[in-house]
Design a protein around this ligand. Structure first.
Ligand SMILES: [Zn+2]
Length: 355
């Protein structure tokens, strides 16, 4: 049975594709996939082969895992996934233990990603996740990746606790493949509940490896994405204001001269600039004849006759005019154009009554 499987894989080989994969999976000297040999078979085709051999026993699957041919290892693992699905709890336990005993052969990221959630994650769904914490502390790159990717299975069920803890353990790992794995799982959490993801990010994003951050915020709207990348998401927050509607408040102290917030306004086309409603005009600012639509948080900065920041419309940021304390409302001075004055409610001693 094993020899016919191997023969079938050989008959499906595609040398051209193999060459591409050989490079893609970093099989060169010193690279993480060093020495791995590819036949060049696409994953769906390998799945088809695996289905035919689901009756293969664990000893034979182990032979496949020991193969230096990548596709033989992957088909072996895919058979394991199929077997797991079709088995009762006892056999599932055997497959889980078998998998963890053979991690040294699950030695590329596709092998991990296509199997860890389906076997390790699924088995632990209704159990204590202790084995994952051991894997996360491992010296072996692939075991660490397994610990993170296995959590995908819990994330799908909106169970985020262990995924977040594992992400925290792996936060300072040095390997790019771990940065990507953690970033990816954070993004998956965000798909289910963005607040949960952002709570984690707000705590860690400043010290996170760049790739991890980029992966984790990939789906965020562009303005917010930029704020995370530039590191400005934490410094201010939007809350209800005593001056007017919503306002922007300092989440940390600022020294005089410090940039308090950077704007991320959207540049409007001439066409869009002409068709603005009165309400939209209030959130629009012009610079060198071009119009920009302000975004949160800058659009919520209230006017004060005694402001604590100064707008810099050349560079689109607000700079502290005085030392600003944590929790102070951020204000700036922006008079309305003549004829559009409004009653000022800034409550400062120097209030001119209109803006
Ligand atoms: Zn005023």
């Amino acid at each position: 049975m094993l020899s016919s499987l191997k023969a079938e894989l050989k008959s499906l080989a595609n040398p051209k594709q193999a060459e591409i994969l050989q490079r893609f999976f970093k099989t060169g000297p010193g690279e993480y996939g060093e020495g791995d040999i590819f036949l060049g078979i696409k994953v769906p085709v390998q799945r088809g082969v695996a289905k035919k051999y689901v009756g293969l026993g664990l000893p034979k699957i182990q032979e496949l895992l020991k193969s230096e041919i990548h596709e033989e290892r992957l088909v072996g693992l895919l058979i394991l996934v199929d077997k797991f699905k079709k088995s009762d709890e006892t056999i599932r336990g055997d497959i889980f233990n078998f998998y963890l005993k053979n991690t040294k052969y699950i030695n590329n990221w596709d092998l991990v990603d296509l199997t860890a959630p389906n076997i390790v994650g699924e088995f632990l769904v209704d159990k204590k996740r202790l084995p994952l914490y051991e894997l996360a502390e491992s010296k072996n790159l692939w075991e660490k990746r397994i610990s993170m990717i296995a959590c995908f299975s819990f994330i799908r069920k909106e169970d985020f606790k262990d995924a977040l803890r594992i992400a925290e353990i792996l936060l300072n790992d040095s390997h790019d493949l771990i940065h990507k794995a953690v970033g990816w799982m954070l993004r998956e959490i965000g798909k289910k509940d963005q607040d949960v993801e952002e709570k984690f990010l707000k705590k860690h994003y400043k010290n996170m490896p760049r790739t991890m951050l980029r992966y984790s915020i990939e789906r965020f709207e562009e303005g917010k994405r930029q704020k995370y990348l530039k590191g400005y998401i934490m410094k201010v927050e939007i809350k209800k204001s005593k001056i007017h509607g919503k306002g922007v408040f300092a989440k940390k102290g600022f020294k005089k001269g410090e940039i308090v917030l950077r704007w991320n306004p959207i540049k409007l086309s001439p066409e869009e600039s002409k068709n603005l409603t009165e309400k939209q005009k209030k959130d629009t600012i012009s610079r060198n004849g071009e119009y920009y639509f302000m975004q949160p948080p800058e659009k919520y900065v209230n006017h004060s006759c005694e402001p604590n920041t100064l707008m810099n419309t050349d560079n689109f940021y607000d700079i502290a005019l005085i030392d600003i304390k944590k929790r102070d409302e951020i204000t700036s001075h922006y008079p309305n154009p003549p004829g559009k004055e409004e009653v000022c409610n800034c409550k400062s001693k120097k209030c001119g009554g209109v803006l």
